[in-house]
Design a protein around this ligand. Structure first.
Ligand SMILES: NC(=O)c1ccc[n+]([C@@H]2O[C@H](COP(=O)([O-])OP(=O)(O)OC[C@H]3O[C@@H](n4cnc5c(N)ncnc54)[C@H](OP(=O)(O)O)[C@@H]3O)[C@@H](O)[C@H]2O)c1
Length: 289
């Protein structure tokens, strides 16, 4: 991976940090996308302690803000004509309904829409390098309730809110996006897959006070280490394209996702709605060299 350029979102903690660290150990350039400058600087320091010669870049963007995602996409696109790997990892769980500055429900905005938009903005660069897109999903997708009728209302936060359902919906969206991306691009052009990184002791559950989070925090001592998720990501960067394209993995093992995740009409509708809501339908990214 020496000459490769990889981008990891949510790279300052948990699965994203471990993935960035492991990619840095492999060589090549790793771009860490973080929301917070201080946390990002700290992540760079921690990686450099273990990999002194690591070639790291830091990009700051709040993925809940589609304007910032556009800015990030433009910057990555102009600075890296060939992009080999995009790990769409950043994620949130929110107990109560929160709307973003763009008027979207925060979980679906951060976990799905931002990554949908970012992937499109750097698509020419990924295609130029015959790159790879890994979408960090979850086994939670099996509890999702998204359907064709409720898609747009859920993204706009206009359905009855339940934090666990919103999280599960967003993780289903990650797989639907993967499937549709795989349908539109051949594995020789761009390889993509979705994966569950394991049930891991990370900070994702710490940020709310509600029964689900409290239960997760209680179980933290018996959960896996975040490195398990990083190892799965690294494994999926090394498998041949035909072994991963359009597929869903539980860590390193291929699994059938839920029936809803295989619903091609739902995948297509989500794609179209996401194009419209992110403004890509009116303002598609221009092809870079
Ligand atoms: N942990 C598990 O058991 C588990 C299981 C299945 C799937 N997953 C998935 O794994 C992925 C990583 O989660 P994790 O468990 O490693 O949790 P984590 O340690 O909380 O990491 C989440 C990362 O996403 C970033 N992030 C959140 N909101 C953001 C925003 N608006 N803009 C930019 N970055 C943002 C966080 O930044 P801050 O530190 O600034 O908040 C953090 O770097 C998620 O997609 C999650 O759904 C986790």
């Amino acid at each position: 991976m020496k000459d490769q350029i990889s981008v990891v979102t949510g790279a300052n903690s948990g699965v994203g940090f471990e993935t960035a660290l492991m990619l840095a150990e492999e060589g090549g350039t790793v771009v860490l996308v973080c929301r917070d400058q201080e946390k990002g600087d700290d992540a760079l320091r921690r990686i450099r302690t273990q990999v002194p010669n690591a070639d790291l870049r830091l990009e700051i963007a709040d993925l809940a803000n589609m304007g910032e995602v556009r800015e990030l996409g433009r910057k990555l696109s102009s600075e890296h004509p060939g992009l080999h790997l995009l790990v769409n990892n950043a994620g949130v769980y929110r107990a109560g309904l929160e709307k973003t500055v763009d008027g979207f429900e925060r979980t679906l905005a951060v976990n799905h829409l931002s990554h949908f938009l970012l992937t499109h903005l750097v698509l020419p660069n990924l295609l130029a390098a015959r790159g790879r897109v890994l979408n960090v999903s979850s086994e939670a997708h099996r509890r999702a309730g998204l359907d064709v009728e409720s898609l747009e209302a859920a993204i706009r936060g206009e359905t009855r809110y339940n934090g666990w359902v919103a999280y599960s919906d967003s993780k289903l969206a990650n797989i639907l996006f993967t499937k549709e991306l795989a349908r539109r691009y051949r594995q020789e052009e761009l390889a993509t897959c979705a994966f569950h990184p394991g049930v891991l002791s990370t900070r994702i559950w710490n940020k709310n006070l509600n029964p689900v989070s409290l239960l997760m925090v209680l179980f933290k001592p018996v959960m896996g280490k975040p490195a398990v998720g990083g190892e799965a990501a690294l494994f999926l960067t090394q498998e041949p394209p035909e072994a991963i394209h359009g597929r869903y993995f539980n860590k390193k093992r291929e699994r059938d996702p839920s029936r809803r995740a295989d619903d091609s009409r739902l995948a297509e509708d989500l794609w179209e709605i996401s194009l419209r809501l992110t403004g890509l339908a009116e303002d598609p990214p221009s092809r870079s060299g």
